[in-house]
Design a protein around this ligand. Structure first.
Ligand code: PHE
Length: 344
C-alpha cells in the first residue's frame, strides 16, 4: 500500500462520515453508525489503520497524524449527534419497554387466624348467634370480679396480667364481654365475641403476649349442659369435617360450673399421635361450661330463672393445628411469603 492510497481511504471516510452520523435518528442507530465508523472490532477506521504497518517507514508519521485528525473529527461529530439524540429522548419522556417481564403482583390474603374467625362466626351465625364486642382496655371488675374470680386468684397477679392502672387491665380473655352483653341485652342471648386479649407472656414458639379469642355465650330459660355439648359438637363437625370425633374433659374456670374442655381428634394423624397433638391423638379446642350463677347475678339476672353456657376458643391454636404451623410467632410477622399461601 502507498501513502496516497492510505490517505485516499482516509479522505473517503472523512467525507462520508458526517452524512452517516447525521442520518442516525435514534440512539440505537447512532451506536451502529459509531461501530461502523470507528468501532474497534470492525470499524472502517480500524480497517484503514491496519494498513499503516505496510507503509514505507518515512510515510508512517504523516499517515498516523492524518488518521488521528480524521478520527478526532469523526468522534467530535459523533459526540455532538449523541447529545442531540439523548436530549430528544429525554424530552420525549421515559419509554415503555413492552418486552420487560411482568412482575407478579401480591394479591393480598386473609390472615389464617382471621380465616378461622370468619369461619367460626359463619357457623354460629347459622345457629342464630350475633356478634358482641367489648373493650380491650377493660375494668378489672369485668375481667375478674364479675366473673367470680376470688380476690387472691393468681391470674390477677401483676406477673400474669398487664395493668394499665390500679383498676384497669388489658383484658386477659374475652369473657368480660359476657357480663357486658348480659347487662345490656335481656335474654334470650346468643352472641359470639371475637377479639384480642393480652397476657404477660413473652413470645416463644407457643406463646404470644397478644392473641385472638372467640367467646360464645347463650343465656335463656331452660338452657342445659346438653345444649352446650350438642352445639359445640355440631360446631366441631362443621368446622373440622362431618366425621370429626370430639371429647369433653372436666375442667375448671371460676365463671363456669360445671366446666369442660373440648378436644377434637387430631386431624393431622387421625388420632394415632403425632407432633402436632403432642402424641396424644387429641387437640384441645376450647374451654366451656355452664355460666356460674354468680356471673348471672353480677350481670343483674335472676339465676333461678335463667341458665346459660359459654365457651372460649383460641383461633391461633386452631390455625396452627390446621396448617401444621410449627411456631406461633410466624402469625405475627406479617411476612407476605407466608401470608400469600392463604390467598383464595
Ligand atoms: N376465658 C377462658 C380462657 O381464657 C375460656 C372460657 C370461656 C372458658 C368461656 C369457659 C367459658 O381460657
Amino acid at each position: 500500500m502507498s501513502l496516497a492510497d492510505f490517505l485516499a481511504a482516509l479522505d473517503q471516510l472523512a467525507a462520508e462520515a458526517p452524512g452517516r452520523i447525521a442520518a442516525a435518528g435514534t440512539l440505537d442507530e447512532w451506536t451502529a453508525v459509531r461501530n461502523a465508523l470507528v468501532g474497534r472490532q470492525a470499524g472502517r477506521l480500524t480497517d484503514i489503520l491496519a494498513g499503516l504497518g505496510a507503509l514505507p517507514k518515512e510515510d508512517k508519521r504523516e499517515a498516523g497524524q492524518r488518521a488521528n485528525a480524521v478520527k478526532a473529527t469523526i468522534e467530535a461529530a459523533l459526540e455532538a449527534r449523541h447529545a442531540e439524540l439523548a436530549a430528544a429522548a429525554t424530552a420525549a419522556g421515559p419509554t415503555l419497554d413492552r418486552t420487560m417481564p411482568a412482575r407478579p403482583r401480591w394479591r393480598g390474603a386473609v390472615h389464617p387466624v382471621s380465616l378461622v374467625i370468619d369461619e367460626v362466626v359463619e357457623i354460629f351465625r347459622e345457629l342464630g348467634f350475633t356478634i358482641a364486642l367489648g373493650p380491650e382496655a377493660e375494668h378489672a371488675w369485668y375481667n375478674f370480679g364479675a366473673l367470680n374470680f376470688p380476690a387472691d386468684h393468681p391470674a390477677m397477679d401483676m406477673h400474669d396480667t398487664l395493668y394499665l392502672g390500679p383498676e384497669q387491665v388489658l383484658r386477659t380473655h374475652t369473657s368480660p364481654v359476657q357480663v357486658r352483653t348480659l347487662q345490656r341485652y335481656a335474654p334470650p342471648v346468643r352472641v359470639l365475641a371475637p377479639g384480642n386479649v393480652y397476657r404477660r407472656d413473652f413470645f416463644d414458639p407457643s406463646h404470644a403476649p397478644m392473641f385472638a379469642q372467640i367467646e360464645g355465650l347463650v343465656v335463656d330459660e331452660g338452657v342445659t349442659f346438653a345444649d352446650l355439648k350438642a352445639t359445640l359438637s355440631h360446631f366441631a363437625r362443621r368446622f373440622f369435617g362431618p366425621t370429626t370425633k370430639t371429647r369433653f374433659r372436666p375442667s375448671f374456670f371460676p365463671f363456669t360450673e360445671p366446666s369442660a374442655e373440648m378436644d377434637v381428634q387430631c386431624g393431622v394423624c387421625g388420632g394415632a399421635g403425632c407432633g402436632v397433638c403432642k402424641l396424644s391423638g387429641w387437640i384441645e379446642i376450647l374451654g366451656s361450661g355452664m355460666v356460674h350463677p354468680a356471673v348471672l347475678e353480677h350481670a343483674g339476672l335472676d339465676s333461678e330463672k335463667y341458665t346459660g353456657w359459654a365457651f372460649g376458643m383460641g383461633p391461633a391454636r386452631t390455625a396452627i393445628s390446621r396448617h401444621g404451623i410449627p411456631d406461633i410467632r410466624i402469625l405475627y410477622d406479617a411476612d407476605v411469603r407466608f401470608l400469600d399461601q392463604f390467598a383464595r
